[in-house]
Structures are given as C-alpha cells and as structure tokens.
Design a binder for this molecule. Structure first.
Ligand SMILES: Nc1ncnc2c1ncn2[C@@H]1O[C@H](COP(=O)(O)OP(=O)(O)OP(=O)(O)O)[C@@H](O)[C@H]1O
Ligand SMILES: [Mg+2]
Length: 329
C-alpha cells in the first residue's frame, strides 16, 4: 500500500509519517519509508543521527543505477539515458517488491531499528546550494516516481512517503501514485487552503484523499476543521508530549505514545488498509502512461532526442501477476 503524507509546511507531515511508520513497524508490517520532501527530516524523526553514516544515500545521486536496473531487457528503452522519471515499465522491465533485496534497495535503502520493529528508509537527498536555480525539485523526486512506477506492493506491505505539498507534485504524476493520501492540516485557514488546492487537482484523477487534523487542541479546533473540510476529515492528533521529547533527541519507547494519538494511528492504518478494495492496477498503469506522454511532449523528447512515446508498452499492466512472472530477474 502506497501512502503519502502531504500538507502545508510545518503542519506535521514528517512527524505523522514517522509515527505511522513506527506504528506499522511495531505491528510487524513490512514498511519502506521514503523522504521525498525538500526539507529532509524523516531520518531524524525516526531517531537517526543525521550526521552519522547510517543515513541513506541520496536517491537523486543514484539515478543512473536505478534506471539501468529497472530498464532490464525492455527493448523499448534503448538506454538509461533515454529513461526519464515517467518512463513506464513494460515487458522486460525489472519490478521492485517491498521485501526484495535488489541493487536499487542495496544502493538507496538503510534499515532503521525502531524499538521492537524496523523499517527501510530511502531519501531523495537534500537540496544543496548547487541545486538552487539549476536542478528543480522534480529531478530529485523523479527517482521516487520511477521507483513507485516499478513497484508492486501487496496488501500487507507499506510504502510511506513524506512529501512536499507544493505544486511541484502536480507537475509530475507523483500525486496519483498512492493508494491513500493523508493531508495533514492544522486548524488554520492556511492549513485548509492547501487542502482545497490538493482536492482540486486530485478530483480529476480519482486520488483518494483524507484530511488528518494535527495539533488539534479542543472542540473549537475540531469544529473549525469540520466546517472547512467536511467529511474528508478522517481523524485528529492532539499536541504530543511524546513528540516533544523525541524532538529533544530523547524518544521514549513508542508504546508510551498518548492513547488518543495511538488510536488515531490505528485509524490511519485501517483506512489505508481499506483502500486496497479500490485498488485498480489498470488505472494506475493508464495514469503513468498519461503523465509520461505529457512529460515526453513538454520536455522529454527534446531533452533526450528520442521519441519517448515509443517507450510505452501498450500490452503491459503493472500488477501482482506481472511481478510474479518476472521474478527472479
Ligand atoms: N502532534 C504534535 N505534537 C507536538 N508537536 C508536533 C506535533 N506535530 C508536529 N509537531 C512539531 O511541529 C513541528 C513541525 O512538524 P513537522 O516537521 O513534522 O512538519 P512538516 O510538515 O514535516 O514540516 P516541513 O514542511 O518543514 O517539512 C516540529 O517541531 C514537530 O515536532
Ligand atoms: Mg517535513
């Protein structure tokens, strides 16, 4: 199950992603955590020392390796150089599975121990001075999009992505790549304005979107969120002393998280799990082709000097069967 956390800057995307990842790990659910935000904070929220060697390498820097591996023997993709972030898989492509060991995970993922459980962490990589004005958010987050488009996940496996809410995720197809998108909103006008913008984009693509209230302190906060987002409001988190302690670098054991916040995490888990019933691999494949053709036309063909529409394999549908028939690659 592919799950995204989006929302206004500072709303609590990273905090709630990290709590959800800890919840899944404690429940012994296999989970890959991906930090795809411009501000890279997920590793720290999962208790990793940012300066230590245990932080995952930047996926953005591993793009050549990722492309070379995923392209496999797909005859429609002449070289890794002609592969762009939206190039869809086809016959011959290699697919990723959550529990796999493969060169992509070897290069990009690090295992994080979380009390009794664990998660695999990947990250787009930070934005450096040299990126400013040269590379855009797209080029880094493109590695994530490519992996999601080649990933076949079952019901009891999770990919949790800490995203950026800005319009960048709409320029590419990223926002359509999830079974469930949790929009984190504080009870403020700015927080709910992001919701309305997201909802607008999401509508045309059938994106499953639910609002998760954060830092909700009383009946007035709750009433405000209900008024603003109506029945899209799924659940709310209150101010957490556990989170405050974690912020100070002293995370208590996860099972001491406040009962109401633990209950809210269970609701997120149940809601994500229930989204399995609406999963539609054909639509998922169709949308990736749609965004690929759009990107090919607007910049990809010119950039690579190739006709990237020819990369589309019309007979291919990404699904659990296509993954099974391709293992081991
Ligand atoms: N429920 C909560 N209880 C207490 N503190 C919280 C809670 N949620 C978030 N915070 C605090 O609010 C701050 C912002 O949260 P966080 O970094 O998760 O937001 P974000 O949306 O990921 O921000 P950015 O856009 O900068 O990535 C952090 O200091 C975090 O510890
Ligand atoms: Mg963040």
């Amino acid at each position: 199950m592919k799950i995204a956390f989006v929302g206004k800057g500072g709303s609590g995307k990273t905090t709630l992603s990290s709590l959800f990842i800890r919840h899944l790990a404690a429940a012994r659910v296999p989970v890959i955590a991906i930090d795809a935000d411009i501000n890279q904070h997920l590793a720290a929220a999962l208790g990793l020392d940012e300066h230590a060697d245990c932080a995952p390498p930047a996926m953005g820097a591993q793009l050549p390796l990722i492309k070379e591996y995923l392209r496999g023997t797909n005859p429609r993709i002449a070289s890794a150089e002609t592969m762009i972030k939206t190039t869809p898989p086809g016959a011959g492509s290699r697919l990723l599975r959550v529990g796999d060991d493969n060169p992509v995970f070897d290069a990009c993922a690090r295992t994080v121990r979380l009390d009794d459980g664990e998660a695999r962490l990947m990250a787009t990589g930070p934005f450096t001075e040299s990126d400013l004005g040269v590379a855009c958010y797209h080029s880094k987050v493109g590695a994530v999009e490519l992996c999601l488009n080649h990933l076949v996940d079952g019901r009891e496996e999770f990919i949790v992505v800490d995203m950026t809410a800005g319009s960048d995720s709409f320029a590419s197809g990223m926002f359509t790549r999830f079974d469930m998108t949790f929009l984190v909103a504080e009870p403020t006008r700015k927080g709910t304005a992001v919701y309305r913008q997201y909802k607008e984009y999401a509508r045309d693509f059938g994106v499953a979107l639910r609002v998760v209230g954060n830092k909700v302190q009383g009946p007035d906060d709750l009433a405000f969120l209900r008024d603003e987002v109506g029945e899209d409001l799924l659940v709310t988190f209150g101010h957490s002393e556990w989170v405050r302690a974690m912020e100070k670098g002293r995370p208590p054991r996860f099972d001491t998280l406040e009962a109401t916040n633990r209950q809210a995490l269970r609701v997120l888990h149940e809601t994500a799990d229930a989204a399995y019933a609406s999963r539609d691999w054909e639509r998922y494949t169709r949308q990736m082709v749609h965004f690929h053709l759009k990107n090919a036309e607007s910049w990809g063909n010119a950039r690579t000097g190739a006709d990237l529409a020819a990369q589309v394999d019309p007979a291919f549908t990404l699904d659990e069967r296509s993954a099974a028939s391709r293992q081991p690659a």
